[in-house]
Design a protein around this ligand. Structure first.
Ligand code: DLL
Length: 434
């Protein structure tokens, strides 16, 4: 893999500014943002008035803890447009989350917001090792999902040649990568695995592809998955994070030179980590739920939004701004099976330690009498039927690892190649049939 580290002179001064400078900027911006939300979104005004808190009570950054949280439920109640701080005629674009449970969450951007988003995506792409003039294959879905169009705008602004492929039609994805020879790919980590299979199906060596960096996000993935993707493609794999309610992709990104967690772009977002049960703010280094306040957004200011994503904050390394640890899961992804708390990423981690098992997997939760049971569906690499003992060995190996490390007895079903449903965007990791 080639060294893709950007030169120091290519970075924005704020990326390598002192902590004091960053905090001073955050305070000015946070005051503006809380004030803006209070004065222009009825939801915030009502909520703050009810508990007798006012934007002028925010004197220091830490005072943000005096303000109440905002939740997905709050956004749903204000569907579709009541969380907007601007009239519709000032809104340049609307995105929405898929809304598998209930109504979608609708978010909005003014022209200035879109420019800010482009700016942050450019920062992410540069941190990932992309440079003006490079080609980017963008396989995040285009449409109401923020991945496709979000990445697209920033990539164009940066002066990349963007291929807006979107998700799906995997054979064509491989053909285009092979023919156009992009340097970078933006896609979910689960879909790159389908693209990897397709390379092999077409008799192509993924290591020989033009790809030098993959920028993966929109769902949790482990460091073991990073090693797998990096070795299979001989390319860098970096993590990009974001959520529609706060911006879309581009809230935090790893640096290609360090790959040690994602630098949160703290000049635009104020992060906090809270205890999931009590809501108390935790210290840096302590794990809990990530909460964000936007600092500059016009159309859709968001104050203390509970993301449900679990991580911890750590001091900056390659950049001054703090890092968040790779996300292990969401508080609502946590499965409690016979008293054991477990996340799908923990299964991924163990699965990837077994060479003859493919990284594709899906978890089914069922009731077995009065007990909960977890069945992990995964596959070996062979497309033909194999000896039962081969499958049994693989399955026993994974069962033992999960039992030894997590103390949980599970069932494992190892099918032939292609038996686990493939994702074209975010993978559905858990099917709960309890
Ligand atoms: O997934 C935005 C995005 C698009 C991020 C493309 C990165 C790349 P939503 O659909 O609103 O937005 O989903 C947001 O996805 O709260 C996390 O639970 C999860 N997520 C996003 N990025 C990561 C990541 C986009 N890098 C939700 N690691 C978030 C783990 C992630 N989970």
């Amino acid at each position: 893999m080639r060294d893709l580290t950007p030169k120091k002179k290519e970075l924005e001064p704020i990326e390598i500014a002192s902590i004091d400078e960053i905090k001073a900027l955050q305070l000015v911006r946070l005051k503006w943002s809380v004030d803006h939300a209070y004065n222009n979104v009825a939801f915030y005004k009502k909520k703050y008035d009810e508990i007798g808190i006012h934007p002028s009570d925010l004197k220091y950054l830490e005072d943000i803890k005096l303000f109440p949280f905002t939740t997905k439920e709050d956004l749903r109640k204000n569907y579709p447009f009541d969380m907007f701080a601007h009239k519709l005629r000032d809104i340049a674009r609307i995105h929405a989350s898929s809304g598998t449970t209930g109504k979608p969450t609708v978010v909005a951007y003014t022209k200035n917001d879109l420019e800010m988003w482009e700016h942050l995506i450019e920062r992410c792409l540069r941190a990932s090792g992309m440079k003006k003039g490079d080609m980017l294959h963008n396989a995040y879905g285009y449409g109401l999902f923020t991945g496709g169009l979000g990445l697209h705008g920033g990539a164009e602004k940066m002066g990349l040649t963007v291929i807006p492929v979107s998700g799906g039609m995997t054979a064509r994805q491989v053909q285009l990568i092979n023919d156009f020879k992009p340097k970078g790919i933006t896609v979910t980590p689960s879909y790159i695995l389908s693209i990897l299979d397709e390379f092999r199906a077409q008799g192509l060596d993924p290591k020989k592809s033009s790809l030098e960096v993959g920028i993966f996000g929109a769902e949790p993935w482990t460091n073991s998955m990073r090693s797998e993707i990096e070795s299979q493609f001989d390319m860098h794999a970096v993590d990009i994070y974001g959520l529609s309610e706060v911006l879309g992709p581009g809230v935090a990104n790893e640096c290609v030179e360090s790959k040690d967690g994602l630098h949160v772009w703290e000049d635009y977002f104020y992060p906090e980590i809270i205890n999931v049960e009590t809501g108390n703010v935790l210290e840096d280094g302590e794990k809990g739920e990530l909460v964000f306040s936007s600092l500059c957004k016009e159309a859709f200011p968001i104050i203390r939004y509970r993301t449900k994503d679990l991580t911890k904050l750590m001091k900056g390394t390659a950049r001054s701004m703090r890092r968040m640890e790779k996300i292990t899961g969401r508080s609502d992804d946590m499965m409690i099976i016979r008293g054991v708390n477990i996340f799908p990423t923990q299964i991924e981690e163990q699965l990837l330690k077994i060479d003859s098992l493919s990284p594709h997997f899906q978890i089914k939760l069922i009731k077995d009498g009065r007990m909960d049971k977890m069945i992990v569906y995964t596959e070996h690499y062979k497309s033909e039927d194999v000896e039962q003992s081969y499958v049994e060995n693989l399955s026993a190996n994974l069962k033992k690892r999960v039992k030894d490390i997590m103390g949980l007895s599970i069932e494992v079903d190892v099918g032939k190649k292609g038996s686990v449903p493939r994702s074209e965007g975010k993978a559905v990791r858990v099917i709960d049939e309890r």
